[in-house]
Design a protein around this ligand. Structure first.
Ligand SMILES: [Zn+2]
Ligand SMILES: [Zn+2]
Ligand SMILES: [Zn+2]
Ligand SMILES: [Zn+2]
Length: 473
């Protein structure tokens, strides 16, 4: 079957899909159109305020995604407790009779392809998502047919893994699974949902969200509820007619790292305003310090890893290999740190990194972000016990990172919400300490500041299921 892919045909299947899932809002703020990026894109059909919901989406297909050490969970309800080998011995974990009823057709499909097994099969669990496409109905297949997909031998290895563990497919089934794998690789989202004892990790194909193009200056942010519904909001004010963007990569990566990952996983070069500016809006996230004059050395052409690197101040050239080696060496030092070693980390940050790279370099940012989560959270550095020096350091770093995100024009995204919350708890602790002092009056201005950050965090994170249940100060 060959589908022609136009704005009209895609709009139609997406509309139908959302309607079937009860998620089509008749006054929605988006419509599909031709993007200047040469693809179909999603556009604002009216002005959208920062924080406003733009759309909701549901996976047309989804399945578990685990790391080698992760515990498996029930393939139906995602709970970990009581998940054990399905009574019919298909190889998947299921937790109850209720879940078994919902699992039945999947179970039969698998047993038809391989027969029974005596224990839970991690490999089957890990590659379940593409297998599920064989049970999709025509409506859902029509949705998948309208999504773009990657081509190449690297995509679709899931089928080989399923064959390796003994599942047999007809040729057209195998072709279809391969196609779905390619569509998944181009469009799927990582989903983390709270279940009983721990979070469950998923990969889901969200048809409308999958049509939103990428930018490293995104204007959308998203969260998931417990039923895997994706809620998409504006992270900045959006004008009518503007294209909607989310980011496919981590936003606190520097341009060379983002470009490398986009090329490897999504096969394109991003030419957004941030990528075209070697200074990344004056943040110098890829800047290393010149050995001669301590000016910033930046890539001349950030869009290619083959670029030369040149000092902005004295013009000295640095070989790209030298830059790559430095970043690689610093990265491996970073990975070698243990969370207990706060002192070593701080020494590395202030003495070593400060001499080699810009304060906003992604390596420094990575380390600072980690430090924020150690001070006040690690067993050894509980908020109430740490010296005031460390408490001040935590709020200083939060402030630096929040400024960086502001300069990168990232708007109200999850990381800003989390950092605002960390800022709030630091200020709250600072205020508590000031009330204990017999010589000074408690500093009221701290409470006001703390409240500002608290409100910010709540407004950004209100839909995050694992947002701490906190009481106001
Ligand atoms: Zn279950
Ligand atoms: Zn089963
Ligand atoms: Zn970009
Ligand atoms: Zn220089």
């Amino acid at each position: 079957m060959i589908f022609e892919r136009t704005v009209t045909t895609v709009s139609e299947v997406i509309d139908n899909f959302l309607r079937r899932k009860g998620l089509r809002n008749e006054n929605s703020a988006w419509s599909l159109g031709e993007s200047p990026l040469g693809e179909i894109g999603v556009f604002a059909n009216r002005d959208i305020a920062c924080g406003e919901e733009v759309f909701r989406d549901y996976p047309v297909i989804d399945g578990p995604r685990i790391k080698p050490t992760d515990f498996l969970f029930c393939v139906v309800c995602c709970k970990h407790n009581d998940a054990q080998l399905c009574a019919k011995k298909c190889g998947l974990p299921v937790c109850s009779n209720v879940c078994y009823q919902k699992h039945q057709s999947e179970c039969e499909l698998i047993r038809n392809k391989r027969g029974n097994v005596d224990e839970i099969d991690r490999e089957l669990f890990q590659n379940l998502t593409p297998l599920r496409c064989l049970s999709l109905g025509d409506d859902d297949r029509a949705v998948i047919a309208q999504l773009k997909h990657h081509k190449g031998s690297k995509h679709g290895i899931e089928v080989d893994k399923l064959k390796d563990i003994g599942l047999c497919f007809e040729e057209k089934e195998e072709d279809y699974i391969r196609l779905v794998c390619c569509v998944m690789d181009a469009n799927a989202f990582e989903v983390l949902i709270e279940t009983d004892v721990k979070e469950a990790n998923f990969r889901g194909l969200y048809p409308l969200a999958g049509l939103v193009n990428h930018s490293c200056v995104p204007n959308l942010t998203h969260a998931f509820d417990q039923n895997k519904v994706m809620m998409v909001r504006a992270s900045v004010p959006i004008r009518k007619g503007q294209e909607l963007f989310h980011s496919y990569v981590r936003l606190i990566w520097s341009t060379p790292t983002r470009q490398f990952n986009l090329a490897k996983t999504k096969h394109f070069t991003c030419k957004c305003p941030r990528c075209l500016d070697p200074t990344e809006f004056g943040t110098y996230m890829s800047g290393i310090l010149c050995k001669k004059c301590r000016g910033n050395v930046l890539p001349q052409n950030p869009l290619t890893i083959k670029s030369n690197w040149v000092c902005e101040d004295c013009g000295t050239e640095v070989a790209k290999q030298e830059v790559a080696n430095l970043i690689c060496a610093l990265g491996s030092v970073l990975r070698s740190f243990d969370d207990e070693d706060l002192e070593t980390m701080l020494k590395f940050l202030h003495l070593k990194l400060a001499r080699l790279v810009h304060a906003n370099h992604e390596i420094a940012v990575d380390l600072k972000y980690r430090i924020v989560w150690i001070i006040g959270h690690h067993e050894k550095y509980k908020l109430r016990d740490i010296e005031s020096q460390l408490l001040d350091l935590k709020s200083r770093i939060c402030e630096e990172l929040l400024n960086l995100m502001e300069n990168l024009k990232l708007g109200d995204n999850k990381m800003k919400g989390l950092l605002s919350y960390e800022m709030f708890i630091s200020l709250k602790e600072k205020y508590r300490r000031s009330t204990l002092s017999k010589t000074n009056f408690p500093d009221k201005s701290i409470t006001q500041q703390a409240e500002k950050y608290f409100k910010e965090a709540c407004s950004i994170l209100r839909e995050e299921v694992n947002f701490p249940n906190v009481v106001s100060i």
